[in-house]
Design a protein around this ligand. Structure first.
Ligand SMILES: Cc1cc2nc3c(=O)[nH]c(=O)nc-3n(C[C@H](O)[C@H](O)[C@H](O)COP(=O)(O)OP(=O)(O)OC[C@H]3O[C@@H](n4cnc5c(N)ncnc54)[C@H](O)[C@@H]3O)c2cc1C
Length: 84
């Protein structure tokens, strides 16, 4: 089975990661020719639920990159079990 995902936004890329990790052949199509084509924010604030959902569909290497590039919360707000 091959799944085609239309749109490389957060939803589409999370879905594609999850499908890929489940062994499903997936292709993502995005109409924007560049990530710079529309005005976007410089970062996303993710709740604990959002972080859990996103990291659950990431391959280990991408999860490590996610944590390596994420802003670290103040110590008193740090999540239990967060690496690094
Ligand atoms: C200024 C701003 C700040 C935000 N800050 C936060 C935040 O801090 N935390 C947070 O959780 N959320 C935030 N959000 C909301 C968050 O960005 C959205 O909830 C999220 O991007 C939605 O993801 P999505 O994949 O559904 O849609 P999108 O990210 O909009 O992705 C949809 C993609 O599909 C593509 N597409 C659409 N139609 C087609 C087509 N026919 N063919 C091919 N490609 C197509 C579009 O070009 C787009 O790239 C913010 C939003 C804005 C505007």
């Amino acid at each position: 089975m091959k799944v085609i995902v239309i749109g490389a936004g957060l939803g589409g890329l999370a879905l594609a990661n999850g499908l890929g990790r489940a062994g499903i052949d997936v292709a993502v199509y995005e109409r924007a020719q560049s990530p710079l084509i529309r005005r976007q924010g410089y970062r996303l604030h993710l709740s604990d639920v959002g972080i859990d959902a996103l990291t659950s569909v990431m391959a280990p290497q991408r999860r490590a990159a996610f944590w390596a590039t994420a802003h670290k919360p103040a110590p008193e707000r740090e999540r239990q079990g967060e690496p690094g």
